[in-house]
Design a protein around this ligand. Structure first.
Ligand code: UT7
Length: 331
């Protein structure tokens, strides 16, 4: 049987208009531009202000942007995966709604949640469906309305995150381009350090949980930082060694945008030069499931067929990993 590889063949994105700058945050909590910039690298983020719009709104826009760029009809899509930590509702897959709204009448759809690693794990899943030979067009969307789960009086979290959505299409490739290798990890020890405590089966929503603000993101930043730095670098290095990639061979590092210092540490361990590291954290902050496709969207014009891309992410759970793909098209 012919060896099918799974290649990314199109990218799309959507970012809400409202720009939440560090200057605005200075008026909301006890913080300052200098602290945020030096500690995180973030200057501004986008916020979906409309209280009547959820994550699906941005996911639909990103999907429509991709379909238009690729020049295909929604009916051609076989599967839609929405990677998200902020689904429209806890039950009723956001992906099913997105599929119906864009007119993907021949697709089945589901959500995938692995905090900031959702999109990375989604890439693994999407690629596997293509490699199996059973599906020809898998749409993977990373979308999060982080502003819906943030306490804007908590300076430890509200300065970090932003809203946004990005999408990629996976299709079969017979030139040996696309998905090459993955190294994905998780460790439940991390759930104490980055979580939303209430609203799940362990601690259902109640007046008490709302009063205690337990429906907002809690993060022990220092602890998460420590694990993120060592683990993201470890997996990226492992992928390079396993595939005999030198720093020269890596054309692009595509790192989750949680903190510029974590990104720099990963690049340094890999020996990858600064100009090969995709960065947009200064513009969008940490958009959780959307960081990786938003990077691809921003850098799409600079990518060339055959380029070696190493993705790396770390997130709540803990979840983390690295993926190596060969870029499949010139735009
Ligand atoms: O994407 C999912 C995974 N998440 C991550 O990878 C995030 C990992 N963590 C981080 O990026 C960093 O830990 C943060 C950016 C969240 C925080 O940076 P930090 O250098 O670890 O700061 P810290 O939490 O150790 O706090 C240092 C000081 C503290 O004051 P004291 O105790 O030294 O007096 C904080 O109270 O900075 C203070 N602080 C702030 N000051 C001004 C905390 N947040 C702020 C703030 N503005 N927004």
């Amino acid at each position: 049987m012919e060896n099918i590889t799974a290649a990314i063949t199109a990218v799309g994105a959507y970012l809400p208009d409202f720009v939440l700058t560090n200057a605005i945050l200075e008026t909301m909590v006890d913080t300052n531009d200098e602290w945020i910039t030096t500690r995180t690298g973030i200057k501004e983020r986008r916020i979906l202000k409309d209280p009547n719009k959820g994550t699906s709104y941005m996911a639909i826009k990103a999907a429509e942007n991709l379909l238009e760029k690729r020049g295909i009809k929604a009916e051609e899509i076989d599967l839609i995966i929405v990677a998200t930590a902020t689904p429209d509702m806890p039950v009723a897959a956001t992906a099913a709604y997105v599929a119906s709204e864009i007119g993907a009448t021949n697709a089945f759809a589901f959500d995938l949640q692995a905090a900031c690693s959702s999109f990375l794990y989604g890439m693994s899943s999407a690629a596997s469906y293509i490699e199996s030979g059973r599906y020809k067009k898998v749409l993977l969307i990373g979308a999060d309305k982080m502003s819906s789960i943030l306490d804007y009086t908590d300076r430890a979290t509200c300065i970090i995150f932003g809203d946004g959505a990005g999408a990629v299409l996976f299709e079969p490739n017979n030139e040996g381009l696309g998905f090459v290798d993955e190294y994905l990890r998780s460790d439940g020890i991390g759930r104490e350090f980055l979580k939303i405590e209430a609203g799940g089966s362990l601690l259902p929503a109640s007046e008490e949980t709302v009063k205690n603000k337990q429906h907002y993101v809690f993060q022990d930043g220092r602890n998460v930082f420590k694990h993120a730095v060592s683990n993201m670098a470890d997996v990226a290095e492992k992928i390079m060694m396993r595939n005999e990639l030198s720093d020269e061979d890596v054309n692009w590092l595509v790192p989750h945008q949680a903190n510029k210092r974590i990104i720099d540490a990963t690049a340094q361990r890999m020996g990858v030069a600064e100009d090969k590291v995709m960065i947009n954290i200064h513009k969008y902050g940490n958009t959780t499931s959307a960081t990786l496709p938003l990077l691809l969207n921003d850098y799409e014009k600079q990518l060339h067929k055959g380029d070696n891309l190493v993705f790396a992410a770390f997130g709540g759970g803990f979840t983390w990993g690295s993926i190596y793909i060969k870029w499949a098209y010139n735009s």
